[in-house]
Ligand binder design. Structure first.
Ligand SMILES: Cc1ncc(COP(=O)(O)O)c(C=O)c1O
Length: 428
C-alpha cells in the first residue's frame, strides 16, 4: 500500500520509494535510479485476494486472475499462493500462468480469435487440458472439437454468453452489449446448443459472461448474472449439471475519484443471486484483473524539464511516456501524479501539465498540482494494464519492474537493453 512518512516521502509496502529506486539490486549504477520504473506491492495484492475470497463465505468459488492485467511472474505466483486460478487470452498468457504454478485445472482461456496452436496448447495442458476453453462464437465449437479429436483428447469448454447488458463504464471497455465482438448472443444459443450436441469431443462444463471493466456498482453485473443463470438453468434441464458459472471480472478501483463498491460486494451479490435462482451447485468463478493489482503498482518517473509557455501554461516533462502507461492516451484515464519525496500538493495549488517524451500530442498525463517541480514523481494506480500494454514505440526500452514483499525488494525484472533493440531492428 502507498503511504507517506512524517516528512511526506512516499513508501510502498513500508519501504521508502527513494530507497527502493536506489537499492543496488534495482539501480545498475549507484545514484542512478533506473526510471521509468514500475514498483509493485505483492503483500497488498495477496491481501486483495483474501478480502475478495471472504465475500464468497462458504460458497464454492474460484478466483481466476485475469492475467492480462499484469503478467509478471512474481505477481502470478503471489496470487496463485492465495488460491487463484487464471483467466488467459493467448497462448503466451497460458504458458506463463502454467510456468508460474497455476494448475491447468484452474485456467480459463477466453478470446474471440484463438489460433490452432493456442487451442492445442490448452487442450494438451496437464492431464486433461485446462478447466475450460471459453467458446466465443458458434463456429468455434466445431473447430475446438476437431482439434480435440486430432489430439486424441476430450476438451472441456464453457460458452461465453453475451448477455446484451450495457455496463456503466467507458465505451472502450464495455464488452457485454450486442454491438461487442465478444461472446455468443442469446439468439444464437439454440444454434450453439445444437453444435455442442454434435461435437463428439467436447464436454460443456460451464457458462460465462464478462460485461466490461472498471465497474463501480454491482447492478449491471448482477443483471448479467441473472441472464447467465437463466441460460444455465435451461441447459441443465436439457443435459445435466454444469461444473461452474463465471460472471467475469471488471470490479472497479479508485483512481482518485472514489469507488465505494469493493470487489467483496460483487462476490456477496452473486452468492445471493445464485441462492435465489435455486442454483447452489456450481462453483462460482470470477475473473478479476484490475481489482487485484491495479492499486498496488506505481510508475516512478524522473522530471526531465519544467517548461513555461507564454500563455501561462506550465509543463512538467517526465521520462515516462504513453509507451510505458497508455491508459491516459487510450482511454482518457486520469492517474494521480504526486511528488515522490514530498507530500502530494493540495489541488488548489498551481497546475502543471505532465507530459512524456513520446512524439505524440496524446502523450499527456493531464494537469496535476505541484508547488515546485519535484525531481521524481510517482504515477498512482498503475499496477493493472500498465506494463502489459507498454510498447517500445519511439525506440524506448520497456520499464524496469520492482517487486516489494515483506518489506524488501524481492524481485526485479529488467527489460532488454536499448542495444539489443537496436541489433534486432537493424538486423545486425
Ligand atoms: C473475459 C474477461 N475476463 C476478465 C477480464 C478482467 O477484467 P478486469 O481487469 O476489469 O477485472 C477481462 C478484461 O478484459 C475479460 O475480457
Amino acid at each position: 500500500m502507498l503511504t507517506r512518512d512524517s516528512r511526506g516521502a512516499a513508501l510502498l509496502g513500508g519501504l521508502p520509494l527513494h530507497d527502493i529506486l536506489h537499492d543496488p539490486a534495482v539501480a545498475p549504477s549507484p545514484g542512478e535510479p533506473p526510471t521509468p520504473a514500475y514498483v509493485y506491492d505483492l503483500d497488498a495484492m495477496a491481501h486483495e485476494v483474501r478480502a475478495l475470497r471472504a465475500g464468497f463465505g462458504s460458497a464454492p468459488h474460484l478466483v481466476a486472475y485475469a492475467v492480462k492485467a499484469n503478467t509478471a511472474g512474481p505477481i502470478i505466483r503471489t496470487l496463485a499462493r492465495q488460491g487463484c486460478g487464471a483467466e488467459v487470452v493467448s497462448g503466451g498468457e497460458l504458458a506463463v500462468a502454467l510456468r508460474c504454478g497455476i494448475a491447468a485445472d484452474a485456467i480459463l482461456y477466453s478470446g474471440v480469435a484463438k489460433k490452432k496452436i493456442e487451442i492445442d496448447a490448452a487442450i494438451g495442458a496437464g492431464d486433461r487440458g485446462i478447466l475450460a476453453i471459453q467458446i466465443e462464437n458458434v463456429e468455434e465449437i466445431a473447430r475446438v472439437s476437431a482439434r480435440a479429436q486430432a489430439l486424441g483428447r476430450r476438451a472441456r469448454v464453457s460458452l461465453r454468453i453475451n448477455p446484451d447488458i450495457e455496463a456503466d463504464t467507458h465505451a472502450k471497455v464495455a464488452t457485454g452489449h450486442d454491438e461487442a465482438k465478444f461472446g455468443i448472443a442469446r439468439e444464437d444459443l439454440p444454434a450453439a446448443w445444437d453444435a455442442l450436441d454434435r461435437a463428439a469431443h467436447l464436454d460443456l462444463v460451464g457458462l460465462s459472461c464478462h460485461i466490461g471493466s472498471q465497474l463501480m456498482r454491482t447492478n449491471e453485473y448482477i443483471d448479467a448474472a441473472g441472464v447467465l443463470l437463466q441460460c444455465a438453468a435451461e441447459r441443465e434441464r436439457a443435459s445435466g449439471r454444469l461444473q461452474f458459472v463465471s460472471f467475469g471480472g471488471g470490479f472497479g478501483i479508485d483512481y482518485g475519484g472514489g469507488c465505494d463498491t469493493k470487489p467483496q460486494a460483487f462476490a456477496q451479490a452473486v452468492v445471493k443471486k445464485l441462492a435465489t435462482a435455486g442454483l447452489e451447485g456450481p462453483t462460482i468463478v470470477t475473473e478479476p484483473g484490475r481489482a487485484l493489482v491495479g492499486a498496488h503498482g506505481l510508475l516512478c518517473a524522473r522530471v526531465i524539464a519544467a517548461k513555461h509557455s507564454r500563455s501561462g501554461r506550465r509543463w512538467l516533462l517526465i521520462d515516462a511516456g504513453m509507451n510505458d502507461l497508455v491508459r491516459p492516451a487510450m482511454y482518457g484515464a486520469k492517474h494521480r501524479i504526486e511528488p515522490l519525496d514530498a507530500p502530494p500538493h493540495a489541488t488548489d495549488t498551481s497546475l502543471w501539465r505532465v507530459a512524456g517524451p513520446v512524439c505524440e500530442s496524446s502523450d499527456d498525463f493531464g494537469e496535476h498540482p505541484f508547488v515546485e517541480p519535484p525531481d521524481f514523481v510517482l504515477i498512482r494506480d498503475a499496477g493493472a494494464y500498465g506494463f502489459t500494454m507498454a510498447s517500445e514505440y519511439n525506440g524506448r526500452p520497456l520499464p524496469v519492474e520492482v517487486f516489494i514483499e515483506q518489506g524488501r525488494v524481492a524481485h526485479v525484472i529488467r527489460p532488454r537493453s536499448v542495444d539489443s533493440w537496436v541489433s534486432e531492428r537493424a538486423g545486425c
